[in-house]
Ligand binder design. Structure first.
Ligand SMILES: NC(=O)c1ccc[n+]([C@@H]2O[C@H](COP(=O)([O-])OP(=O)(O)OC[C@H]3O[C@@H](n4cnc5c(N)ncnc54)[C@H](OP(=O)(O)O)[C@@H]3O)[C@@H](O)[C@H]2O)c1
Length: 348
C-alpha cells in the first residue's frame, strides 16, 4: 500500500558551526517508504518536533555521548507524533496515534517498544511533543524533583512561554510560588502573565536584566530554573537568595557558539557566588525521569482539562519549512512550543 508514496526527509547539508543555522543548511531529499519487518511498525508522521537539542546536536562540541551528532544527508533526529500505517507488532494497529523518535521525515519504521501511545482525549495530540511530552516532563521533573518548591518561594524561569518553561511556571504557580519569567517581546510577556498566570515576565530584549530582575523579585530568587544562560543567567545569579537552588536545564544562549568561550574570570565569579550564597546547583536530564511520565501526564493533563493550565503552540506547516521553524525557535520569533505539521491530523 505504501508503494504509491515517497518519503520526504529533511536533512542537514552543512553544519552551522559557530553561527545561527540558515535556510541553505537544510535540504529535502526523497526516497522510498521503508517496509516494516517482524515486530516493527510503519508510522506516518503528523507533527515533527522542533527543540533546542536538535540545534545542539548539529555542533561538534555539544554532541557525542548520549546525544549523537546530526549526520549530514540523514533525516534530522527528533520526536514525532505519528499514525500507525502498518503493524507487525501485536500491540499496535493501523490508526493508532503514537509518539516516536522517527526524525524529520514522512515515514519511519520503528520497533514496537520504541513507540509511546498518545491519548488524544487529554489534549490536542501535538501537545504530546510539548507540555505533555518530553519538554513538559523536563520542566515538571526538573522543578519538583531537583528543587522541591514551597509556597511563598520566588521561582525565576527563562524561556517562560516555551515547552519547558510553560510547565515550570505553571507548576510553580499551582504550588503557591511567586513566579517571574523571561520571554522575548511584549506579546509573549503579556501571554505569560495573563494566560499562564505568572506574577511578572521580563522582556529579555530590553536589557538591564539584573536590575529588572531585582525589581520583579523584591524578596530575591529561591529557585532559578535555567533554560537560557548568558545575560539572563548572570541576572538570576545576582539575585539568588542564600541557600537557593539553581536547576541547570539548558543554555540555549550558547548553542550557536563554536565551543566553550574563553572566560576564566567569569567562571571564577560564578564559583565565588555559588560559595558566597551557599547555592545548590542541580543539573537535570529528562531521560533520568521517564518513570514520572504517568504522574506528570495525569497532573498536567488534568489541569489542561479543568482549564487551570494553558499553553501556546507555534505550528509551522510543511516539512519543507522545518529548518525555518528551527531558526525561528532559536531567535525567539516563535510563540509557544514549536511543531511542524506534515500531514492531516486525524484527531481534529
Ligand atoms: N536538560 C534536559 O533534559 C532538557 C530537555 C529539554 C529541553 N532542555 C533545554 O531547556 C531549554 C528550553 O527548551 P524548550 O524545548 O522549552 O524550548 P523553547 O522554550 O520552546 O524554545 C526555545 C526558546 O529559548 C529562548 N531563547 C532563544 N535564544 C535565547 C537566548 N539567547 N537567551 C535567552 N533565551 C533564548 C526563546 O524564547 P524567548 O525568545 O521567548 O526568550 C526560544 O523560543 C533549552 O535550553 C533546552 O536545551 C533541556
Amino acid at each position: 500500500m505504501t508503494s504509491n508514496y515517497t518519503n520526504r526527509q529533511m536533512t542537514l547539508r552543512e553544519y552551522p558551526e559557530g553561527r545561527m543555522p540558515e535556510a541553505s543548511d537544510f535540504e529535502i531529499i526523497t526516497g522510498p517508504v521503508p517496509e516494516p519487518k517482524e515486530g516493527e511498525v510503519l508510522c506516518k508522521s503528523i507533527y515533527l518536533t522542533v527543540d533546542p537539542y536538535i540545534r545542539a546536536r548539529m555542533s561538534a562540541h555539544l554532541s557525542g555521548g548520549y546525544a549523537d551528532r546530526v549526520q549530514l544527508g540523514q533525516p534530522i533526529g527528533g520526536e514525532n507524533i505519528a499514525e500507525v500505517v502498518e503493524s507487525n507488532d501485536p500491540n499496535f494497529s493501523a490508526g493508532d496515534i503514537v509518539a516516536t523518535f522517527g526524525g524529520w521525515q514522512d515515514f519511519c519504521v520503528m520497533p514496537g517498544e520504541a513507540l509511546r501511545r498518545v491519548d488524544p482525549s487529554l489534549a490536542p495530540i501535538s501537545a504530546h511533543l510539548g507540555v505533555l511530552g518530553m519538554p513538559g516532563l523536563t520542566g515538571y521533573a526538573g522543578l519538583t524533583v531537583k528543587a522541591d518548591p514551597q509556597p511563598g518561594n520566588t521561582v525565576f524561569v527563562s524561556a517562560a512561554t516555551g515547552g519547558v518553561g510553560t510547565v515550570v511556571g505553571q507548576v510553580a504557580r499551582i504550588k503557591g510560588c511567586r513566579v517571574v519569567g523571561t520571554a522575548s517581546g511584549p506579546d509573549k510577556c503579556r501571554f505569560a502573565v495573563e494566560e499562564l498566570g505568572l506574577d511578572a515576565c521580563l522582556d529579555r530584549l530590553e536589557g538591564n536584566m539584573s536590575a529588572r530582575v531585582a525589581e520583579a523579585c523584591p524578596n530575591g530568587i529561591d529557585i532559578n530554573f535555567e533554560n537560557a544562560g548568558g545575560e539572563i543567567f548572570w541576572a538570576a545569579l545576582d539575585n539568588m537568595n542564600q541557600d537557593g537552588t539553581m536547576v541547570i536545564c539548558g543554555l540555549i544562549d550558547s548553542y550557536n557558539d563554536d565551543g566553550p568561550q574563553a572566560g576564566k574570570d567569569a567562571s571564577m565569579e560564578l564559583l565565588r557566588q555559588i560559595a558566597l550564597k551557599r547555592l545548590n546547583v542541580r543539573g537535570v536530564i529528562v531521560s533520568d525521569h521517564l518513570d514520572l511520565y504517568p504522574q506528570f501526564q495525569a497532573d498536567v493533563g488534568g489541569w489542561i482539562k479543568d482549564g487551570s493550565f494553558k499553553h501556546a503552540e507555534y505550528v509551522v506547516e510543511g516539512i519543507e519549512n522545518a529548518g525555518k521553524a528551527l531558526i525561528e525557535m532559536m531567535n525567539g520569533t516563535n510563540f509557544g512550543k514549536t511543531v511542524v505539521k506534515v500531514a492531516d491530523d486525524p484527531s481534529q
